[in-house]
Write a protein that binds this ligand. Structure first.
Ligand code: KG4
Ligand code: ZN
Length: 334
């Protein structure tokens, strides 16, 4: 009998469900919550309420798209940590109820481990050891992977995440939340060399983005004092220059990590890996340094249950199950 798993992701503002069969993702349904746009960021209480509304139809659709029924399941998986606690509770309660009713095992998944494993959903899959740059709205990490379930963080941000750097810069420019995709869009027609923003000098493999945010704030204040519509008139060049700097900060550390570890299987993951400039940079650096590079398909980059499903698949094979007494955690717990 094939191993069929229903996976649920509800860590932030996407309600998602996926059905995976023997490691093949058959469905990956994602309901985005638009309610947060007017507030300029995710409102936790509104996120958990929207998960409550979305979860049944999203799971239903995931089953229908996969051509499966609850009785076909071998296990139920859910995002256990990290994330917004109210949001995590909706997914975990749903998964527990379903596992209990069907009398199948429960599998709690670490959201950041799942982002890394998004690289293993489709062929060609990386071989080990594998280095992954995970860049999302809450995290920026370089992860060294020995196997699907054995991974350790060798570099991370000391302050803002790369996604936050995008979103906060966008906010300073007067763009709506989440600003990352908009900066990407404007950057496509801009001159990335027009404005120079500083690169922080952080030792080792760690990152820092708070200095960049402050530099952009002063840069805009100064120029708006001379011409109030400065940002609007130069949007493409400003976005291209900001994006270029964020990408060079990320790629310079990734090159350092590859050199220090000797690893040549290199991938990216997380919401910011949807960025067209970063995807292009990874391919270019890969060609230059002789890496085999991996980028998950767009739908597996931002928060999605397909990545939770592939992580659950590996956990199922390893016999790593979760007790019914497991509670979700806002902070990362391995
Ligand atoms: O992984 P994710 O969906 O959620 C978290 O777990 O945080 O990442 C969301 C982040 C946001 O900061 C968003 O602005 C950023 O990913 N993002 C992008 C792009 N698409 C999403 N940043 C830059 N360029 C993009 N195309
Ligand atoms: Zn995420």
């Amino acid at each position: 009998m094939p191993v069929n798993i229903l996976a649920i992701e509800s860590s932030c503002d996407e309600t998602s469900a996926s059905v995976i069969s023997d490691g093949k993702v058959l469905s990956n349904i994602i309901a985005n919550q638009t309610v947060h746009e007017q507030y300029g960021g995710v409102v936790p209480e509104l996120a958990s309420r929207a998960h409550q509304e979305n979860i049944v139809p999203v799971v239903d659709l995931a089953f229908r798209k996969a051509g499966m029924q609850p009785a076909d399941l071998s296990a139920v998986a859910f995002t256990q940590s990290p994330g917004l606690i109210g949001s995590l509770l909706v997914g975990s309660c749903f998964a527990k109820s379903m596992a209990l009713a069907l009398e199948v095992p429960l599998i709690g998944v670490h959201h950041m481990q799942a982002h890394v494993l998004a690289n293993f959903i489709e062929d060609p899959k990386p071989s080990f050891p594998f280095l992954c740059l995970t860049v999302s709205g809450g995290h920026t990490q370089i992860v060294y992977c020995e196997s699907p379930l054995r991974m350790r963080i060798i570099g991370e941000t000391l302050d803002d995440a790369a996604g936050e750097a995008f979103d906060k810069s966008a906010k300073l420019l007067g763009l709506p939340y989440p600003g990352g995709p908009l900066i990407d869009k404007y950057a496509q027609t801009g001159n990335a060399m027009r404005f120079r923003f500083p690169e922080p000098q952080i030792p080792g493999l760690n990152f820092s983005f708070s200095g960049l945010k402050t530099a952009i704030l002063y840069f805009l204040q100064e120029n708006r004092a001379k011409a109030p519509d400065f940002a609007e008139r130069n949007m493409a060049d400003i976005c291209a220059s900001i994006q270029h700097r964020i990408i060079t900060i990320l790629m310079n550390k990734l090159v350092k990590a590859a050199m220090e570890t000797g690893v040549t299987e290199i991938g990216i993951a997380g919401g910011v890996s949807a960025n067209s400039g970063l995807r292009k940079a990874l391919a270019e650096y890969g060609a230059k340094h002789g890496w085999n590079t991996y980028i998950p398909k767009f739908e597996y980059c931002t928060d999605n249950a397909g990545m939770i499903a592939i992580a659950a698949h590996y956990k199922y094979l390893a016999g790593e199950f979760t007790g019914m007494d497991a509670v979700p955690s806002a902070r990362a717990v391995f």
